[in-house]
Ligand binder design. Sequence first.
Ligand SMILES: NC(=O)c1ccc[n+]([C@@H]2O[C@H](COP(=O)([O-])OP(=O)(O)OC[C@H]3O[C@@H](n4cnc5c(N)ncnc54)[C@H](O)[C@@H]3O)[C@@H](O)[C@H]2O)c1
Length: 341
Amino acid sequence: MARVLVTGGCGFIGANFVLHLLRTRKDVEVVNLDKLTYAGNLGNLAEAEGHARYRFVRGDIADAGLVEGLLAEGVEAIVNFAAETHVDRSIQDATPFLQANVLGVHTLLRAALRRGGVRFVQVGTDEVYGTLGPSGRFTEESPLLPNNPYAATKAAADGLVRAFHRTHGLDAVITRCTNNYGPFQFPEKAIPLFIGNALEDRPIPVYGDGLHVRDWLYVEDHCRAIEAVWRGGRAGEVYNVGGGNELPNVELARLILRELGKPESLIQFVKDRPGHDRRYALDSARLRAELGWTPAVTLREGIPMTVRWYREHGDWLRQVRSGAYRDYYRQHYHERHGLKA
Ligand SMILES: NC(=O)c1ccc[n+]([C@@H]2O[C@H](COP(=O)([O-])OP(=O)(O)OC[C@H]3O[C@@H](n4cnc5c(N)ncnc54)[C@H](O)[C@@H]3O)[C@@H](O)[C@H]2O)c1
């Protein structure tokens, strides 16, 4: 039985990854370390609760003693999702981003190195490359030119991971993925925000002229890529994970409105985000060639699936949008485990 420490498993991609592992692998035990920031939602993992191969630990990746204690239980790999992730919040105040995305990652790396025999998988983002013109794609050799504080902290994290490999010989790999979408995404991010607002006939805010291009990847495809890199990626290597589904934001909004049967008049252009990258696109030839990964879900398939999921999980969406999801920990988890809130 392989034990993996998943950090940030109560967030969007982390929760999908934990469920993916529990559903598809009988030989993997998952310990989920999550601080439960505003973006962490234990309700995302209701299906995993009570599972014999799953354990949740509330805590901070920057807590060295806690991380070392968990590694001492015998962990084969750390897959690090834990991060502050919302660009707009990083523009307001980057301090929590430095704490989680840089100092937190450093704590994990140091603990993995001290322990020995632990593979470190850093879940990174294409935002570290900065912005593209109308053509071309980023490869793993493209320079890191982050344009917003979130991306800058993720680039710093990638640098630390690389340094721990090159300097100390730590067995570490990095993935850099494009924009994800799918179940359990916090509704401050574009797709669940658009769906949630449209369902209530409220305006859909689109930044600037709406022509910023993003490359979308269905979250399950990302989970498969991370698993492939964890198991087969070459130590010290970076793997781009691209969807090959480029779309301007305004087209994405139109696609979602069509799927919901709502009018395009709900689209509202709002003041552009400062430092807003114009276009992201990734070349994932390395991941495809070395590890045989290909995305299974196109945007034309994934958007209807995602719209259906949010429609069918109206309670989830309402609880997150109202903030009630934060009571889940107190009400359910503490009761279940006989703990004080
Ligand atoms: N969402 C995307 O489109 C995307 C694309 C590429 C890469 N990524 C990367 O994937 C990872 C996960 O992204 P997401 O969208 O699921 O994020 P998210 O914001 O939905 O979830 C982040 C999770 O990390 C936890 N967390 C934050 N700080 C922590 C800390 N100090 N200690 C322990 N837990 C902490 C939060 O409680 C939350 O559960 C991030 O590292 C992000 O940079 C995301």
